[in-house]
Design a protein around this ligand. Sequence first.
Ligand code: GUN
Length: 290
Amino acid sequence: MILLDGKLTSEQIKEELGIEVAKIKADGKRAPHLAAVLVGLDGASLTYVNSKVKSCEKIGFGSTLIQLAATVSEIELLKVIDGLNNNPEIDGFIVQLPLPKHIDEQKVIMAINPDKDVDGFHPTNFGRMALELPAFIPATPYGILELLERYQIETSGKNVVVIGRSHFVGRPMSFFLSQKRTVGDATVTVAHSRTKDLATITKQADVIVAALGIAEFLTGDMVKEGVVIIDVGITRIADSTKKNGFRLAGDVHFESVAPKSSYITPVPGGVGPMTIAMLMKNTLLAYNRR
Ligand code: GUN
């Protein structure tokens, strides 16, 4: 069993990006700049956004964090987005999800200029991605593709099972892995909450992408020997023995699945850090396109 070390790989990617940014600065040009909008004080969202800002600093990007109260109106948020769309100093920006219930997430995503949509959530980018045109690829699927590529894991002709059909992970993952591309050409099955006899399906999988958001859902008896496991889940589970009061669990029951797998991503330290690295990569792409 080989660990797919997302932490190490993401550090390598950030170093590569840092070198490119140093060249940009040496040419006397302005550095790429990412902005993040955070609404409210959700603990997990705060952690993610702070990691994104820290990564910007590490690479040499400029960054702006805009924090808004959980009570902010949809109109106010849309005004902030309009400001970012029209600010020439900002190359790309994200609005951290989830948003409070009184705000229509889809409306917010639609308001983002697709050329600055480094999350790849806007329908224009989603459509371009599905049509295999140049697009911003959402950071989590992009990170998984990059991890599979850097570890030279063959997907061509393999049976891949994606568990979960979310707009930002499961669905795009299923597109990419079935497309004609370096990491692709697989036979993809998308499983979800209505799938019958899931274990029969997962037992035939050469690669499983677990992205359903239920802690430790995939267990050792559901997979075959030699399977490649990508665990997208990250759930906080109360644990009084931990200083911060919780531990992180993936969608995969690591103890029972790892011994049967050829490659597996740990949680934490697998897909999570890759997501941040690929957001940085998208930001540089946005800068270079302008
Ligand atoms: N919430 C959880 N993951 C993400 C992400 O990748 N982007 C945004 N905007 N919000 C998130």
